[in-house]
Design a protein around this ligand. Structure first.
Ligand code: ADP
Length: 575
């Protein structure tokens, strides 16, 4: 039965019984009231009239007052005839009283009237007795009926009280419990209500929902597991070693490549803190030292690791991982990836290239020098007089061989830089002498472009810690560039300043200048600003930087496009 019907029936029945009880109570109270009213009106009044008549008779009936009183009560009695036989007795009393009025001294009449009155009173008293019995019966009946109906009502109410709250509350309790289980991801939870009421329907709907959730959960779980497996396989198959760390630097995973170079098994790595592994493992230490230091210090030097049965080079990259958790707005840091890129093939190519450059530039030097020597011989009048055309040709061959010599020497320098074989001869050197040497070297090209070299130097310049040959080479390179990128008939300002700990050489030109986006790039190997003179190699500034930094100094540039550039060299004083 439906809960709604149950409730309506229960409450409706109680309501009906309350009405029934009220009707019964009112009915019986009315009946009792009627009974008493009957006694009062019909019999009690007769007794009262009779008592008044008796009193009037006792006083003196000859007295007109008593006679009137008797007569008035008699009239009232005549009008209050209610019992069988009462009328005859009243009529007889009336006759006797009528005779008495004419014969007031007849004592027998007195006796007869008294008897009449006593008979009337007796008749009414008997009636009262009878009617009181009837009222008693009515009361007993009322008690029975009301009691019976009340008991029945009580039974129904009791049954409802015992069953109805449980009937409603128990399924709700079971459902609440089951919903909690579902919330705790126990999707196999089901409810079974046998009844065909609303709770039965609710249970059915709940079971359908739980089943769908179970299906959804298992399907999405297997999908997620599959995706996880796929990503794991993918990471494992990557040749580059990869290590995943959580926000507390606990190792989440490491692919086969990482395990191989670290020389550990996965069970000895995953779930452990990177700092704990780093205590025993040198490679792990160098991998995570940046993370531990919490500084943004990035070591760009490749790691040299023995892997694949040979010395291999790896470029380390630490990638911080952040996510926006579902339902949140703020990004949350959840860990790092350490990726080691195997750059061994590039390194090998680089070595081969450097060796090749070194060999070629070295091998070229001798024939170029021979060409130059031959040119000198040709210029010598002893070998014959050259005509104008031949002179121009030898001049051009000389220029080209000078350029070739410059290029080969730059390439040789570069190969020295790249192999880390810079031969430095650092000694206390005189800055003015270095400048003089450089100025002498660029005098002719400056004159060719009518460029004034404006030199100013602080007095009493202290000696600097430098390889004077290499420092002069750098300065020549800066001056050559300044002359090359300056318009004709302009000037190049060269200054030497005495600073607290070092000496600054600056070369300022008023040429085309350098765009700010290229300012850092010009110190990279082979880089030439797009659109600038192609006659150079793009190596001069790169080699200069290496030379100056190897001597503990610094090189920098300040430039505005169209307004010229100022290159500055900083070299340390002798302490
Ligand atoms: P290059 O042999 O090509 O001059 P460098 O390494 O000396 O090689 O210079 C790299 C690039 O920097 C040049 O190609 C040029 O574009 C730019 N550069 C160098 N010096 C100057 C300068 N004084 N004014 C403008 N551009 C310059």
């Amino acid at each position: 039965m439906k809960i709604k019907v149950k409730l309506t029936l229960g409450v409706g029945l109680l309501f009906l019984f309350i009405i029934l009880l009220s009707v019964l109570g009112t009915m019986y109270i009315n009946a009792l009231n009627k009974d008493t009213q009957n006694i009062l009106v019909a019999n009690y009044n007769t007794l009262d009239y009779s008592r008044n008549m008796l009193r009037a008779l006792d006083e003196d009936i000859t007295n007109p007052h008593s006679a009137t009183k008797f007569s008035a009560n008699l009239t009232k009695q005549q009008m209050n005839i209610t019992e069988i036989g009462e009328k005859e007795l009243t009529d007889k009393l009336f006759q006797d009283f009528s005779i008495l009025k004419n014969k007031p001294t007849d004592s027998l009449l007195y006796v007869s009237i008294r008897k009449d009155l006593t008979d009337i009173m007796l008749l009414n008293m008997q009636a009262i007795q009878r009617k009181s019995d009837v009222a008693k019966q009515t009361a007993t009946k009322a008690t029975w009926w009301i009691g019976l109906t009340g008991a029945f009502c009580f039974m129904i109410a009791f049954v409802l009280l015992i069953n109805l709250p449980g009937n409603i509350a128990n399924p709700i309790k079971v459902l609440t419990e089951s919903i909690k289980q579902i919330a705790e991801k126990n999707y196999d939870k089901r409810v079974h209500f046998e009844s065909h009421n609303e709770f039965g329907e609710l249970a059915q709907a709940f079971n359908v929902m739980a089943k769908k959730l179970e299906e959804y959960n298992s399907s999405s779980l297997s999908k997620i597991m599959f995706q996880k497996k796929r990503i794991e396989t993918l990471i494992n198959n990557l040749h580059d070693p990869i290590i995943g760390l959580d926000e507390k630097n606990m190792i989440l995973f490491a692919n086969d490549g990482a395990l191989k170079i670290l020389g550990v098994k996965t069970e000895d790595l995953t779930g452990k803190l990177a700092q704990d592994i780093a205590v025993r493992n040198d490679l792990m230490r160098s991998l995570v030292q940046e993370l531990m230091a919490k500084e943004n210090k990035h070591d760009k030097n490749p790691l040299k690791i023995y892997a694949d049965n040979k010395e291999s080079y790896f470029e380390k990259e630490i990638i911080p991982i952040s996510i926006i958790p579902t339902g949140e707005k703020e990004q949350k840091h959840i860990g790092h990836f350490i990726v080691l890129r195997n750059i061994t093939p590039f390194k090998e190519l680089d070595f081969a290239k450097t060796n090749f450059i070194a060999t070629i530039s070295h091998e070229l030097k001798t024939p170029i020098s021979a060409i130059k020597a031959s040119l000198q011989l040709l210029e010598n009048k002893g070998t014959g007089i050259l005509n104008e055309e031949q002179k121009q040709l030898t001049e051009s061959i000389k220029e080209d061989s000078n350029r070739l010599l410059k290029i080969t020497s730059e390439l040789l320098n570069l190969s020295q830089v790249e192999t880390g074989n810079i031969q430095l001869n650092i000694q206390p050197s005189d800055p003015s002498q270095i400048l003089q040497y450089a100025l002498e070297a660029v005098r002719i090209p400056a004159e060719q472009k009518s460029i004034t070299l404006n030199v100013s130097a602080d007095e009493n310049l202290p000696p600097i810690k430098a390889d004077s040959e290499k420092a002069a080479w750098v300065l020549i390179n800066l001056l050559t560039n300044a002359i090359r990128y300056s318009p004709e008939k302009s000037q190049v300002i060269i200054k030497i300043k005495n600073e607290t700990d070092n000496v600054l050489f600056s070369v300022k030109d008023f040429g085309q200048g350098i765009e700010s986006k290229y300012k850092d790039k010009i110190f990279m190997r082979y880089f030439q600003v797009p659109g600038s003179s192609r006659s150079g190699t793009g190596l001069g500034l790169a080699i200069s930087k290496e030379f100056i930094e190897a001597q503990g100094g610094q090189i920098s540039v300040e430039s505005e496009l169209g307004e010229g550039s100022t290159f500055t060299l900083m070299l340390n004083k002798v302490s």
